[in-house]
Design a protein around this ligand. Sequence first.
Ligand SMILES: Nc1nc2c(ncn2[C@@H]2O[C@H](COP(=O)(O)OP(=O)(O)O)[C@@H](O)[C@H]2O)c(=O)[nH]1
Ligand SMILES: [Mg+2]
Length: 388
Amino acid sequence: MMTKTRYIVLAFAILISLHYILSFSHEGYGRATSFENLSKQFSGGEGPKEAKVWHEPPYKTPVPEKYYLQPNTTIKRRANAAVVMLARNGDLNGIVKSMSQLEAKFNGKFGYPYVFLNEEPFSDDFKRAVTALTQSKIEFGLIPHDHWYQPDWIDEPKAAAARQNMQENSVIYGGSVPYRNMCRFNSGFFYRHELLQKYRYYWRVEPDVRFFCTLDYDPFLFMQDEGKKYGFTISLPEYEATIPTLWDAVKEFVKANPGLVHPDNALGFLSDDEGSSYNKCHFWSNFEIGDLDLWRGEAYTKFFEHLDSKGGFYYERWGDAPVHSIGAALFARKDQIHFFEDIGYRHEPFQHCPQEPAHSRGQCECDISDNFDREGWSCLNRYDRIFT
Ligand SMILES: Nc1nc2c(ncn2[C@@H]2O[C@H](COP(=O)(O)OP(=O)(O)O)[C@@H](O)[C@H]2O)c(=O)[nH]1
Ligand SMILES: [Mg+2]
């Protein structure tokens, strides 16, 4: 005859095995239970949300007039900000193109300083050519060796095999070590460079980009006064082959550090299933206007260390765009991520061309119908939906 305790133990045993059988045999069941937990963790674990209720994305509200230059007045206030350009000496022609446009459309009036970074010293020709393009202060910085090159603890044969495999599969930059160095540097090191320590905000500019419109307001002051932390113009999905295990690493981090995730985050931009999988949407990081303190803060610092320890910058080809985007989306409040609808911008092969009324106001040179926002690959719909 069985005792009462035996019955209870037996009932438990049946329940537990049923759970295991169901989890293994029925994929949906397993996912439902695990991502419910994860989604709770993505919500920051800081108790009930008291998030502001949005009815439309913040960029639908025009930039307030107070940020615009008034005719015949001088600039009274500037943000603590710099234009940051990572470049090789060989990028000079492309840098000249980008910089002369930025000066003509924006910075000639506003006078923000430039910081150029390179893992090799800039040549005198390079320095002379860019100095001739602006009245602003320019600083040239050398990147410390360990911030750039592949660390010794990376298993080089494993990394080499991955590169070869990617090259054979025609993954863009799949065979390149320098490209990987660049992605890792932009992900976790640029904001630690000594020349950037004195600054709070940055505008990242690459060679061979175009700025289509006159910008008559100061986007740095806008970021500062409105509490924005990350600004973008184009968003799109990353190539799966470059980040096969990135999301697993992200989930592992979130699970171990639920308190670092902002309770009112932008997970809905990154995931279509509450965090279970990554939809690969990212902000295209060749354009960024951002708050350096977002990257210098505890959450992103630990996040980058965690990702770096996985070796995915070298064993795969993790890009700084998905890494920054995931960081911004998880560690900032969702409305602190700003879509600069009014900045006309092109980096091959895509462009954002502002729509009316911004197109007329900025005298934009782009064809208003040639605009990535509503094209099939754009992730702007994922950004919009987190506010509706
Ligand atoms: N100093 C330095 N800069 C690099 C290197 N590789 C890329 N960059 C810079 O990193 C940025 C991204 O590189 P780019 O070739 O434009 O890559 P893509 O936009 O992804 O096709 C640009 O600002 C380049 O000038 C490198 O090996 N050394
Ligand atoms: Mg580029």
